[in-house]
Ligand binder design. Structure first.
Ligand code: LCS
Length: 394
């Protein structure tokens, strides 16, 4: 019997094929197509009678290693890599929803997921209801005859609300819905939604999975049937496929996922605790803090709080901008999960797509800032924040 290994070991060894020439690392199979020995072999590959690669939109050995590794890490049968996180979210939803179907989604999600839900899906006759996923009665009441899918992020981008995965999975089973969770903020190192019965796990691999800020990518993990459905429809025909070089960069990033996430979490907690003590800071949103309403989900659902913190300042918008501009170690940039600490203003950046009304319901105010805590020393990051806060009170 195969010995169950620790996550850290799996992140390095799972899914690795035997490499040609005894290569330690996975080669980058930088090829668009694969040659056949004969016309008969080509036909057999297309019909599925013979296993083997055909064309890199339909599969590539480097990308396949990433998919197999991620399937293992997310406790799923299979996975498919996509050209971006949005490629993963859209392929999952479009493969499972048709005109006349209904989707329930969390009202607080990443800004482009919000516009996919509220502007794109509706163009194809898909009905969407946005709910507060923390309000179980509201979620239950949203279920209709034609509801097919329930979608959420936990913790939420940008303000880190945490939702109950066991409740969502049970509700989905009772009503025959497909449950889809965006696990970008946690990674499987901190949270494995399949453990709670979630059907599909999507990621922006641009973030922690890659971890070095040099790739745009996504991944979907699920049952073999679900991955086959998505691969044979959305990836084959719509085509948001990941290239082998980008897959290789993520394979490289995954080797250090555990050690990076540990540092993101210890830095995150130290900075969140420090921010909470500052008089100029109004509210800190970080699941690792005792004061966070989702804190009781640690360690059963998520093992630690992660590396993203949101907070509001007791200040007008102009002062908030002044604070951000005064930082030097924190770079002003969207994205998250990189070695470098980043800061951004959700209302005017990642969540600018939200209507004013939905911004209000989702708690995205003008004074809300979001930081992605990097891998620097936490003392240096705190000094940087401290210096900018001093400027705020002058
Ligand atoms: N899901 C979540 C939770 C995200 O945060 C993002 C991107 C996506 C999906 C989409 O992934 P992408 O297509 O960019 O790979 N979040 C971003 C953010 O907060 N700042 O910049 C991008």
């Amino acid at each position: 019997m195969k010995q169950k290994q620790h996550f850290d070991t799996q992140a390095i060894h799972s899914g690795n094929a035997t490499q040609p020439y005894g290569c330690l690392t996975t080669p980058i199979y930088q090829t668009s197509t694969f040659t056949f020995d004969s016309v008969e072999q080509g036909a057999n590959r297309f019909s599925g009678e013979e296993a083997g690669y055909i064309y890199s939109r339909l599969g590539n050995p480097t990308t396949r290693e990433l998919e197999l590794k991620m399937a293992d890490l997310e406790l799923c049968d299979d996975a498919i890599a996509t050209a971006s996180g949005m490629g993963a979210v859209s392929a999952t939803l479009l493969a499972n929803l048709s005109c006349g179907d209904h989707l329930i989604a969390s009202q607080a999600v990443y800004g482009c997921t919000y516009s996919l839900l509220t502007e794109q899906l509706v163009r194809f006759g898909i009905e969407v209801t946005l709910v507060d996923m923390a309000d179980k009665q509201q979620v239950l009441s949203a279920v209709r005859e034609n509801t097919k899918v329930i979608f959420l992020e936990t913790p939420v981008n940008p303000h880190l609300a945490v939702y109950d995965l066991t409740f969502i999975a049970q509700l989905a089973k009772e009503h025959q819905l497909l449950s889809v969770v965006d696990n970008t903020f946690m990674t499987p190192y901190l949270q494995q939604p399949a453990k709670f019965g979630i059907d599909v796990i999507v990621h922006s691999a641009t973030k922690y999975l890659n971890g070095h800020g040099d790739v745009i990518a996504g991944i979907i993990c699920s049952s073999s049937e679900q991955i086959e459905l998505i691969a044979s429809t959305m990836i084959k025909d719509i085509g948001a496929v990941l290239g082998p070089f980008d897959a290789w960069l993520i394979l490289r990033g995954l080797k250090t996922l555990s050690v990076r996430m540990e540092r993101h979490c210890t830095n995150g907690l130290a900075i969140a605790q420090w921010l909470e003590k500052q008089p100029a800071v109004n509210k800190v949103y970080y699941p690792g803090l005792d004061s966070h309403p989702g804190n009781h989900f640690i360690p059963e659902q998520m093992t630690q709080g992660g590396g993203v913190i949101a907070f509001t300042l007791n200040a007008e918008l102009e002062q908030v901008k002044g604070f951000v501009n005064a930082l030097s170690l924190f770079k002003i940039a969207v994205s998250l999960g990189d070695a470098e600490s980043l800061i951004q203003h959700p209302a005017s950046m990642t969540h600018a797509t939200y209507s004013d009304e939905d911004k209000k319901t989702a708690g995205i105010t003008d004074s809300l800032l979001r930081i992605s805590v990097g891998l620097e020393h936490s003392d240096d990051l705190i000094n940087d924040l401290d210096h900018a806060l001093v400027g705020l009170s002058n």
